[in-house]
Design a protein around this ligand. Structure first.
Ligand code: SAH
Length: 480
């Protein structure tokens, strides 16, 4: 027999709930009611028991230090949680949630234990009553619950401060020199329905779910505490808000704003109209790709199609391109691109045209029978808007993608480079590449792929949530 002095100290877990947490490897301090037999010292092995005194098999041994360490966020736990309305899932519907996907569709819900108000925090359990997490409820939306956490959380200003702080830390790690970026990207940061963009000292907020929209005051307070911004603007004219029963809203929420914000992106200045520009003002998801594509541009004649306010165009001339010609159908975007060129002292090597890219490419690749198009460009950038709204529009979108690629390939010199992007979630990288290979075949061009692009790290991809991945791109050299 082992000498008694070597046997572990005992912790008595008195409730079923503490037993459950214990079995899942977590035992916060509050549910460790008694240390029996002897006083445990840190690092010492403990034997864990349920109230009646039976030992918990092999799961019942733990180190005292580890037990203490699983209580990092005491403020966010709350006892009233047990009284939250409970959404019970149908058998088989829990796996996706356990794996990290935050959406619970109407059809996955078995029943509610008692009625919940739209926008309210609910707890979610599987059909066997196993706790899966907490989220916002909305009966008006096809997405009945948007999960917020696999834990019992209390949604307070402190909650938002912590979660936004965690998202910010990811940006600081992966975009250490950026001063403008997306701080929170909804599902990508496990905050479904919330987007926050930072344009230097101005923040832009989008709330696309009822639960998040109702908590705007808490979110604003958290943002004030973290960033002390000059202004916070709301850009809530999103079609997705209609599905949540929310009206459009647009305007200043706090602070002062006099005209556009001037921001720094990779050492270049851009004017951003946070109250009226596309998305929340700029395509921040391309920040890293601007740099990467610019690296291909030295001495090049560049054509930037769908140039918007000059993101790619200005980066390529800044990096040493001979000249860039930018095409966009929006006169407003072209005017801003022109101002941005001036702001950076790059106007001499830039030209602009307000035109439909499809028309321009058609005109410039038109040739009489038996004549060949004379290729003029060393680098062509294609960064169109999404041509799809849903799965049904994919075939039309592919025809559009094929057409612009076919014509762009005809205009590229041998040895030249095509940098091309697709921001449609419904067209994945494989389908996108197939489409442009089909265009290459028709143009009788052979391509060498030299780069693969994705959305920037401030738009995190969570593979378990396929909806978080949308931007993909490639660079190809024309072999012949
Ligand atoms: N490359 C840009 C983003 C492009 S967004 C950047 O990195 O900032 C898509 C742009 O395409 C918008 O500015 C829109 O005005 C423009 N656009 C959409 N359809 C067009 C068309 N058929 N012809 C020309 N421009 C178009």
């Amino acid at each position: 027999m082992r000498p008694r002095s070597r046997s572990p100290a005992h912790v008595i877990a008195q409730t079923k709930d503490s037993l459950r947490r214990l079995l899942s490897g977590r035992l916060p301090q509050g549910v460790v009611p008694t240390l029996q037999r002897k006083t445990a010292t840190e690092g010492r092995l403990l034997q864990l028991e349920l109230g009646k005194g039976w030992a918990l098999a092999s799961a019942g041994l733990a180190f005292y230090l580890a037990l203490r360490a699983v209580e990092p966020r005491p403020k966010l736990f709350t006892n009233v949680m047990e009284t939250l309305p409970t959404v019970l899932l149908k058998p088989g519907e829990a796996d996706r949630i356990v794996a990290g996907h935050p959406w619970i569709y109407h059809g996955s819900v078995l029943r509610l234990t008692h009625p919940a108000t739209d926008g309210e925090l609910v707890q979610v359990k599987d059909h066997r009553q196993r706790f899966l997490g907490t989220g916002f409820y909305n009966s008006k939306s096809k997405i009945h619950v948007r999960m917020l956490s696999p834990e019992r959380v209390e949604v307070t200003e402190a909650f938002f401060q912590q979660r936004i702080g965690e998202a910010l830390a990811i940006r600081k790690r992966h975009l250490p020199n950026a001063t403008s970026f997306r701080v929170v990207n909804a599902e990508g940061d496990f905050l479904s329905g919330l987007i926050v963009d930072k344009y230097e000292d101005v923040l832009v907020l989008q709330t696309s779910s009822l639960g998040m929209d109702q908590r705007k005051p808490l979110i604003l307070a958290a943002l004030q505490a973290i960033f002390s911004p000059r202004a916070i603007v709301e850009r809530n004219e999103l079609s997705s808000r209609k599905f949540e029963g929310l009206p459009d809203a647009n305007g200043l929420l706090s602070g002062k704003l006099d005209g556009p914000v001037q921001i720094n992106l990779n050492g270049l200045q851009f004017e951003v109209d946070v109250l009226g520009g596309h998305k929340t003002g700029l395509y921040l998801d391309q920040q890293v790709n601007y740099r990467l594509v610019a690296g291909l541009a030295k001495g090049a004649q560049v054509l930037d199609c769908f140039s918007f306010v000059g993101g790619f165009g200005l980066h390529v001339v800044h990096a040493g391109a001979d000249h860039v010609h930018m095409l966009d159908q929006s006169a407003e975007a072209v005017a801003t691109a022109t101002r941005n060129a001036t702001l950076n002292g790059l106007t001499e090597r830039c030209s602009f045209e307000t035109v439909n890219v499809f028309d321009w490419l058609k005109l410039n690749t038109a040739a009489n029978p038996h004549e060949k198009v004379v290729p003029r460009w060393d680098l062509i950038v294609l960064d169109p808007p999404s041509f799809t709204r849903n799965r049904a529009s994919v075939p039309d979108a592919l025809r559009g993608y094929k057409e612009i690629h076919l014509r762009a390939l005809k205009l590229l010199k041998v040895g030249g480079t095509l940098a091309t992007f697709c921001c449609s979630h419904h067209v994945d990288a494989g389908l996108f590449q197939d489409t442009l290979l089909s265009a290459a075949y028709d143009a009788r061009r052979i391509l060498r792929r030299i780069a693969i692009y994705s959305q920037g790290p401030d738009h995190p991809v969570i593979p378990m949530i396929p909806e978080t991945e949308y931007l993909k791109g490639f660079a190809y050299e024309i072999i012949r």
